[in-house]
Design a protein around this ligand. Structure first.
Ligand code: CP
Ligand code: NVA
Length: 307
């Protein structure tokens, strides 16, 4: 169970809380651009616990803590041996004595839940096999910046119904977004995730639709989003997936089927030429690198609030 201060899944928060962070992210970004943030986290340290590689998550959390006057401590996959060298509960208990918050990137979502259960400091999910809430919050921030609103926006997610799709479904439906999912048959988000997102949509004015037709998924979309076809931990399925997913590639054909003002999104890292073409990633619709920058601003909002 998540305790107060934990940030494990966007499903755990109200629309009001999510909007609070989006507005704080906007303000912190403006403040940073105007010369620098106030040192509101002076004297605080965030532990960064990684079971998988990372560029954005590591650097955006490290820099975010620095911007806010705090410190971050990187702990590599080889050092901790979460659940191997030492139990997850003991890692949580020990780290809680040293740091003021723990950001963890794990394989199994159960591990980040267990860390939260046994730590006495806030735990932030920096990606699990189930969901990627820091990315989801960032992406909603980026859509809000670029489109000017979230309510009624059609965000088409094409590709694998994975952890990133789950965070967009949870966060989007809480804020009135129409999340349109297009995946190959058998690669949809789980029935449980879809049911939960439908319930959030019914409560908050969002919408969920699911199809196996990529063109139908992106028709009239304000945003088209994609991610890798095989996530970290699914390397053995890479070849099989590469044979199935090409119709879902984010390319000029999909862009042409959406609104003329459509923005193209990808959490990165991208496998260019697979799930996204260079033409789209580097083209006029691309929001990819603004998204990457915004990780830092959205996470600073979470850190300033929760630590
Ligand atoms: N988008 C994202 O989480 O990137 P990294 O895996 O590089 O952290
Ligand atoms: N779905 C991808 C996201 C990487 C940021 C993965 O889990 O590998």
């Amino acid at each position: 169970m998540a305790k107060r201060g934990d940030f494990l899944s966007l499903a755990d928060f109200s629309a009001q809380q999510l909007w609070g962070w989006l507005k704080l992210a906007r303000d912190l970004k403006a403040e940073w651009r105007a010369g620098g943030n106030k040192p509101v986290l002076q004297g605080k340290t965030l532990g960064l616990l990684f079971q998988k590689p990372s560029l954005r998550t590591r650097v955006s959390f490290e820099m975010g803590m620095r911007h806010l006057g705090g410190d971050a401590l990187y702990l590599s996959p080889n050092e901790i041996g979460l659940g191997g060298r030492e139990s997850v509960a003991d890692v949580a208990r020990v780290l809680s004595r040293y740091v003021d918050g723990i950001m963890a990137r794990v394989f199994s979502h159960a591990h980040v839940v267990e860390l939260a259960r046994y730590s006495t400091v806030p735990v932030i999910n920096g990606l699990s096999d189930f969901t990627h809430p820091c990315q989801g919050l960032t992406d909603l921030f980026t859509v809000w910046e670029k489109v000017g609103r979230l309510e009624g926006v059609k965000l088409a997610y094409v590709g694998d119904g994975n952890n990133v799709a789950t965070s967009l479904l949870f966060g989007g439906t809480k804020l009135g977004v129409h999340v349109s999912v297009g995946t190959p048959a058998g690669y949809e988000p789980s029935a449980a995730v879809l049911a939960q997102a439908q319930a959030f949509a019914a409560e908050n004015g969002g919408r969920v639709s699911v199809t196996n037709d990529p063109l139908q998924a992106v028709a009239d979309a304000d945003v088209i989003y994609t991610d890798v076809w095989a996530s970290m931990g699914q390397e053995a399925e890479k070849a099989a997936r590469a044979a199935i997913f090409p119709p879902f590639q984010l390319n000029a054909r999909l862009i042409a089927a959406a609104k003329p003002t459509v923005i193209a999104m990808h959490c990165l890292p991208a496998h260019r030429g697979e799930e996204i073409t260079d033409e789209v990633a580097d083209g006029p619709h691309s929001a990819l690198f603004d998204q990457a920058e915004n990780r830092m601003h959205a996470q600073k909002a979470i850190l300033a609030d929760l630590l």
